[in-house]
Design a binder for this molecule. Structure first.
Ligand code: SAH
Length: 262
């Protein structure tokens, strides 16, 4: 059977190093699991070997699907776009983990979707661009710290596990890769309005180099806030990259508080 032709628009870079594939598969030990983008199944074969893992794979590429059905007839495989699939329909009950050597061109969108289902996803691991991995795991005060760092770290502990060279792929990507694991932390609910928290974080990072007085101006005005609190005043002089998750929660509460009573 012919190999699948790598298609750039689908972010297809097939992993050729079996040791790396096995190490990625071992970032999960058990449980209901979704693999995104199995491709030719390099990772899938190790996931299938683990009897503790109950696997469903989602692949968008017809050619890969045909290949996988031929080589892994036992695999529960869904042909479709992970970003468009209703995961509550796919797996109606319980928790599930997410794993993959992800399509790099949509990795951020994948993580935003994981956030949408965070209550059902205890662990999400896999390979992404090194630069994105650094962003997800970054602490405040670092250049890499951004929207996804704050939103994901609010709910997940993020481990940067190891770096992977571009030469173990076919075709090799232009960037280095890294394997990460995100494990849900104890924070079930944030101590603030979670939708407003998301808006505040996203709006604040629209102009990451500026004081939040600038980036949050529209938000403050559209909410008709009276900035009377000294603490809120202080926050507005900070830059978003300086704030920890806890401080973003506090800021969200201050914004909400000044909203009430207006
Ligand atoms: N896991 C394989 C392939 C990695 S390349 C390996 O390690 O070799 C990324 C894979 O994701 C490709 O197979 C690509 O077809 C698939 N893919 C791309 N976009 C997708 C989407 N929206 N939903 C599901 N799979 C997707």
């Amino acid at each position: 059977m012919q190999q699948v032709r790598a298609k750039k628009f689908l972010g297809q870079h097939f992993l050729t190093d079996l040791t790396v594939a096995q190490k990625i598969a071992e970032t999960l030990t058990s449980g209901r699991t979704i693999e995104i983008g199995p491709g030719m199944g390099v990772l899938t074969q190790y996931l299938l070997k683990n009897s503790q893992i109950h696997l469903t794979a989602i692949e968008i590429d017809r050619e890969s699907v045909v290949y996988l059905r031929e080589w892994y007839p036992e695999l529960d495989l869904v042909e479709g776009d992970f970003l468009k699939l209703d995961l509550d329909k796919l797996i109606p009950e319980g928790e599930f983990n997410v794993i993959g050597n992800y399509p790099y061109n949509i990795s951020s969108q994948i993580f935003f979707k994981v956030l949408d289902y965070k209550d059902r996803i205890p662990v999400c691991s896999g390979m992404i661009q090194k630069e994105v991995a650094e962003r997800l795991a970054s602490k405040p005060g670092k250049k890499a710290y951004g929207i996804l760092s704050v939103l994901l770290q609010a709910y997940y502990d993020i481990e940067y596990l190891f770096t992977v060279d571009e030469h173990v792929f076919n075709p090799p990507p232009k960037v280095k890769s890294a394997v990460i694991r995100m494990t849900r932390n104890k924070r079930r609910r944030l101590d603030c309005d979670e939708a407003l928290f998301k808006t505040v974080v996203k709006t604040a990072f629209n102009q990451r180099r500026k004081q939040m007085r600038n980036s949050l101006r529209n938000l403050v005005e559209s909410l008709k806030l009276k900035v009377e609190s000294e603490r809120l005043e202080w926050f507005l002089t900070r830059r978003p990259e300086q704030l920890s998750v806890e401080e973003f929660i506090e800021l969200t509460n201050l914004i909400e508080k000044s909203h009430v009573g207006n």
